[in-house]
Design a protein around this ligand. Structure first.
Ligand code: R5P
Length: 282
């Protein structure tokens, strides 16, 4: 029997995963000292059983917590340890954009990779980070599950916000059984940039824009407004990781008919659980 340990930011998902896979949830204590430092304790002996730690590493507090949980699990007689990082924070700082910057994703990947036998990320922003976890990591995608959800919502076209992320739209569209495309930006003048699907017409259609992350919602809102101008009937915004910062909820609510994210970051928009996708891979 495998055991599941859930980090503070992944309690719902850990429970869902345990339920889906027939694993037991372990008894874990996580609290903070008055000075803010994290304290974790596993209240059982795993007796050599395999353990799955599910821990989103965002915001910063949860990075320390995940590292401590890995250690506590090891200290509790675990067999193999699999670490699942539903949302890997700092993934977007995956290189030195300008000289003198930290390569944050690499730093965190190295530390988290050291404390585990196997590791899963989900729709990591850039796959180039994977080797930094060591030769133990696999990235899984929520896009097939998102595609199923969109099919149920009657989607006609799935778009990615740019050419670089078109693989995600293609993956979701494969499961939604609909065409896909990506948005191409054209500069009209100094102030105006037009976003339009490269090949497809959206007039009268239910259009989904899929992305790995929605943060401020700026990318999706801009695209949604332009697609509506081009005649799109309904806009669905779908992402794996819904950070929803800085007024994103209100802005997305005004521009989109449906907003959907997974439970990699738990929020009111987590309409789709990663549990089945993760259970299939683990
Ligand atoms: C960026 O490269 C990511 O894939 C997302 O498109 C981006 O993080 C979305 O950010 P925002 O919601 O703030 O536009």
């Amino acid at each position: 029997m495998m055991k599941v340990v859930g980090g503070s930011a992944s309690q719902m998902l850990a429970k869902e995963l345990a339920g889906k896979s027939g694993f037991d949830l372990a008894k874990v204590e996580i609290r903070r000292f008055p000075d803010g430092e994290c304290y974790v304790k596993i209240h059982e002996d795993f007796g050599g059983q395999e353990v799955v730690l599910v821990a989103t590493t965002h915001p910063d507090n949860n990075i320390v917590e995940a590292l401590l949980l890995q250690d506590a699990i090891r200290n509790s007689n675990a067999g193999k340890l699999t670490t699942v990082i539903p949302y890997f924070g700092y993934a977007r700082q995956d290189k030195m954009f300008t000289r003198g910057e930290a390569v944050s994703a690499r730093v965190l990947a190295r530390h988290l990779g050291q404390g585990t036998d196997r590791l899963f990320t989900v729709d990591i922003h850039n796959l180039s980070v994977m080797p930094d976890f060591g030769d133990i990591a696999e990235n899984v995608s929520a896009m097939p599950a998102i595609g199923q959800f969109l099919k149920y919502e009657g989607v006609d076209v799935i778009l990615s916000p740019d050419a670089g992320s078109k693989g995600r739209a293609e993956l979701a569209a494969g499961c939604a059984a609909c065409p896909w495309d990506f948005l191409e930006k054209t500069r009209i003048d100094g102030e105006t940039v037009e976003m339009r699907p490269k090949n497809l017409d959206v007039a009268g259609k239910t259009v989904a824009i899929v992305d790995d992350i929605i943060a401020t919602g700026g990318t999706i809102v801009k695209a949604a407004e332009q697609l509506k101008e081009q005649g799109a009937e309904r806009i669905i915004a779908a992402c794996t990781h819904g950070l929803f910062t800085g007024g994103a909820e209100a802005n997305l609510g005004a521009a989109c008919d449906i907003v959907l994210s997974t439970d990699s970051i738990e929020s009111a928009f987590s309409k789709l659980s990663l549990a089945s996708t993760l259970a299939d891979h683990i």
